[in-house]
Design a protein around this ligand. Sequence first.
Ligand SMILES: *Cc1c(COP(=O)(O)O)cnc(C)c1O
Length: 397
Amino acid sequence: MSYRAGRHFLQIPGPTNVPDRVLRAIDFPTMDHRGPEFAELGKTVLEGMKRVFRTVGQVVIYPASGTGAWEAALVNTLSPGDAVLMYETGHFAALWQKMALRLGLAPEFLAGDWRSGVDPGAIEQRLRADAEGRVKAVCVVHNETSTGVTSRMAEVRKAMDAARHPALLMVDTISSLASIDYRHDEWGVDVTVAGSQKGLMLPPGLSFNAISDKALAASRAAKLPRAYWNWDEMIASGKSGYFPYTPATNLLYGLREALQMLEEEGLEQVFARHRRHAEATRRAVRAWGLDVLAANPAEYSASLTAVLMPAGHDADRARRVILENFDLSLGTGLGRLAGKVFRIGHLGDFNDLALMGTLAGVEMGLELARVPVRREGVQAAMAYLAECRAKPARAAA
Ligand SMILES: *Cc1c(COP(=O)(O)O)cnc(C)c1O
């Protein structure tokens, strides 16, 4: 491989581009995780993560990918054979469901079309039919990264309340936290699952659970075997800023910096920036003459856009042409969407001109791959971004 000048464009929906400030923060000698200095770091990142989750409850941090935090959510709260209600928003929901099966739970998977979010009405109906309270948890993906669809979590909560059902609510926010508005406490979520390598702008390797009091109470009665993932020791050590086993110390340096950056920009501004980039991307897609996969405007994801390929054109071939020519990585179609869509990640440390570079790479690459598109996408996105600068109030809408 020869040297490729300039920065690689990592526009997959996670891992995302790691900002220089975070890379520099990581690049320090690893400290004694039982020493006095560590406690300050541990407390700072745990408190900072509570603000990002919007919770006053417990947060635990695992040295693991997001998949580990999925497992932690299930094994800490449930018992063998427990019924859990899951919703097929796409590939990631299907993987979580498969994990629940492997752990010996009894997931019930409400069918979805891989273009829409969780249907709160379907959740309500199913829970109303469960008068005996057999369903112990509702587990859903907030932002389905395989489809670019964001579910309306506040409405899912309302549906559960309307059904007066006591099930726990567990939500995967791996590709939405710190990119899309999310409120653990306000939305009555019991366990929120998150990861480091998407909106939090870190390399892969950390994952998180935010935990309600109700989930903690459930964990006392839960009987699934758990050791590495056990919340008890994590929470007990976390009170003084420590971890029960060796934490990913250098990633925690990076997390402290990333949290500082999010606070400097302000979470509301971070969310508005993601919405702006998502809208500009959708305008580009339509101006190319293509469609976004997400079916409902109220569920468009602000962190990524899945783009449908015209019939007879392979999305992975186009992705390859784009990578070879422009050093730009796009997300592949996952599961049943393989070859049919490519995904543009516009989350994390990203700005208007980086988005324009990305869209220019896609437009030129689609043409090189002989996908029939109009050369008008970049122009449409640029016009929108310029308009947002001229009329900031409109951009916030
Ligand atoms: C990326 C992602 C995962 C998987 O996380 P890993 O860190 O790869 O284990 C799970 N759910 C969603 C919604 C994701 O975007």
